[in-house]
Design a binder for this molecule. Structure first.
Ligand code: 48F
Length: 257
């Protein structure tokens, strides 16, 4: 049978639109497919929630691929290792309390489990705005990343979500747009994004978990975005806090029903 290019095209379009249409209304919309967003999605999907991740880049994994300064190994502590174990990412003890994993194995293995749990990941899509009704974020405004990168004058599309997770890392992009455009006070000391502080691994890893919570009606923060929102330090290439924050945000959301 000769291959038909038109059939190939139709297959891609129809399958993509089935997937996309199914995610126009979701329980949980996760912004950013870094370690925190992926782990959060996994636990939420496992608990039966309909979850979609929107990721600006072509690749998933956020800051994980590059390990520390592009040396592609990551470090986790004992508690973080438990999450890597759960996903089947192999680790090696370096010194008591310090474990290493191959950054590529970590990113790809976690992503594979996330997909198999039923999460849909839309890469190359940037979240550029939110939809707010009665003081609550109820949706995301999305566009193709190349449209944003090239500055094309094209209107975006919208999806709705029961809950949004900002797991955009250092830039807290969802919160920034809320702060800029909406009269919503964030649940921080100042009511605004407090901003990330300089690197302090021990303190940052602990605070990441504490700062993983609801930041305004309809939106939760996880991972580095949680620390940046609440004024915590960055932690460098130790990833336990990111993984644990992903699990924590899922637990908090599931507890709220
Ligand atoms: O930065 P990222 O990996 O966030 P994380 O899960 O983990 C942080 C660590 O990688 C590292 C660290 C210590 O361990 O400090 O930095 O908190 O992943 C964030 C993802 O969000 C995407 C971005 O491309 C990245 O893959 N992203 C950011 N803004 C947007 C976005 C946006 N507006 N729309 C869609 N995706």
């Amino acid at each position: 049978m000769a291959l038909s290019e038109v059939t190939i095209t139709k297959a891609i379009l129809e399958r993509f639109f089935q997937k996309f249409l199914d995610c126009v209304e979701v329980d949980i919309a996760v912004v950013g497919a870094g370690p925190a967003g992926m782990v959060a999605s996994y636990f939420l999907a496992k608990a039966g929630r309909k979850v979609a991740i929107f990721e600006r880049k072509l690749s998933i994994g956020g800051g994980m691929w590059g390990g520390g300064m592009m040396f592609n190994e990551i470090v986790v502590q004992e508690a973080g290792k438990e999450i890597l174990d759960l996903f089947g990412v192999r680790t090696q003890e370096y010194q008591p309390g310090y474990f290493t994993a191959d950054a590529i194995e970590a990113a790809t293995t976690i992503c594979s489990s996330v997909m198999k749990a039923g999460v849909k990941i839309f890469n190359c899509i940037t979240v550029e705005d939110v939809v707010i009704r009665q003081g609550r974020v109820i949706g995301l405004v999305i566009t193709w990343s190349p449209v944003q990168m090239t500055g094309l004058h094209v209107d975006p599309l919208t999806i709705t979500a029961g809950t949004v997770i900002d797991s955009t890392g250092h830039d807290t992009e969802v919160l920034r747009v809320i702060e800029r455009k909406a009269d919503i006070k964030l649940f921080t000391e100042t009511g605004k994004i407090m901003g990330e502080r300089s690197l302090w691994s021990e303190k940052a890893e602990r605070l990441t978990i504490e700062n993983t919570r609801e930041i305004c009606p309809g939106v939760y923060v996880a991972g580095m975005a949680a620390n940046a929102a609440f004024g915590g330090p960055r932690m460098g290439p130790i990833f336990g806090g990111m993984l644990l924050s992903g699990r924590r945000v899922a637990e908090v959301i599931l507890t709220r029903g």
